[in-house]
Design a protein around this ligand. Structure first.
Ligand code: GUN
Length: 288
């Protein structure tokens, strides 16, 4: 069997097109221009590329966006003050603090993320939004796992009744992914680095989601024939190539559908950030 390739650009374009229509509606009918601020601290080159891509994507759909570039040596108090200032800024609907933070601020990461008002938390990382997701009241949901379920929906892949196995238990991907799939009536198993006999579990997956940050970790023998495989990993290997957590060349021979890396779900993350920004506007103004 040769797998259906789930190309991120196809689904991202559909989501962005929807967002663009919504932005036009908000501008024309309600006189509202959605606004997003991305805060970046220091000069991490990968983060700078991600932030520039977010800024560009906002411009494409008509969302106002600002990048607040802060110097590496900024204090905890200065960063908190910046977040609190943006919480009170009526022109700004979404606030995203780009991670990772410089080493001296890492210990306060939770404090910074918790300082972002839950209604402006377009990353969906605030405990209020995490809690809402776990009890099935989806509010602002983390962009990467949200992009994965949106993609399944757009690809007409049913989730209800399937056994979904997630490899990775991070707060950004694994845990929210589990809750999203559970709410959509999948039977969900979460595996991680300490799981005993991982292949025996991954082989049970109808939908296999992998986010563990280990290049080409999932091999053909770990995948049930016909499974849908979603690869969230992005790893730079020795020859500078980007590869996922799944051995794509092998696994595409057994899966029924698979996301490539690059060109897979990574492209959906930004699209969902735009979508979350619109959601934040609508929630604020009580627009359906
Ligand atoms: N750095 C890499 N991915 C992300 C993300 O989704 N959100 C934030 N805030 N930082 C990131």
């Amino acid at each position: 069997m040769l797998a259906r390739i789930l190309e991120g650009k196809v689904f991202a374009a559909q989501i962005k097109e929807n967002v663009k229509t919504e932005v036009e509606f908000l501008k024309e009918i309600h006189g509202i221009t959605p606004g997003l601020v991305v805060i970046i601290v220091g000069e991490n080159p990968a983060s700078k590329v991600y932030v520039a891509n977010k800024h560009k994507a906002c411009a494409e759909v008509g969302i106002y966006s600002e990048v607040v570039q802060m110097i590496e040596t900024i204090t905890k108090e200065q960063l908190l003050a910046q977040i609190i200032d943006l919480n009170g800024n009526a022109a700004i609907d979404g606030i995203l603090l780009q991670l990772p933070l410089p080493d001296h601020l890492k210990q306060y990461e939770t404090e910074f993320l918790n300082a972002i008002h839950p209604d402006k938390d377009v990353d969906g990382f605030h405990p209020v939004n995490v809690g809402k997701l776990t009890i099935g009241q989806e509010h602002l949901v983390p962009c990467t796992p949200y992009g994965c379920v949106k993609m399944l929906q757009l690809a007409n892949i049913d989730i209800a009744g399937k056994h979904a196995v997630i490899v990775g238990r991070s707060n950004i991907v694994g845990k929210p992914m589990a809750n999203l799939l559970l709410s959509r009536h999948a039977t969900v198993t979460i595996c991680h680095s300490r799981t005993a006999d991982l292949p025996s579990i991954t082989r049970q997956a109808d939908i296999l989601v992998v986010a563990i940050g280990k290049p080409k970790f999932i091999t053909k023998d770990m995948v049930k024939p016909g499974a849908i495989v979603i690869d969230v990993g992005i790893n730079r290997i020795a020859d500078k190539r980007l590869v996922g957590d799944v051995d794509y060349e092998q696994v595409k021979e057994v899966a029924s559908a698979i996301t490539p890396v690059p060109g897979g779900v990574g492209l959906l993350t930004i699209a969902m950030l735009l979508s979350n920004t619109i959601k934040a506007v609508k929630l604020k103004h009580n627009i359906k």
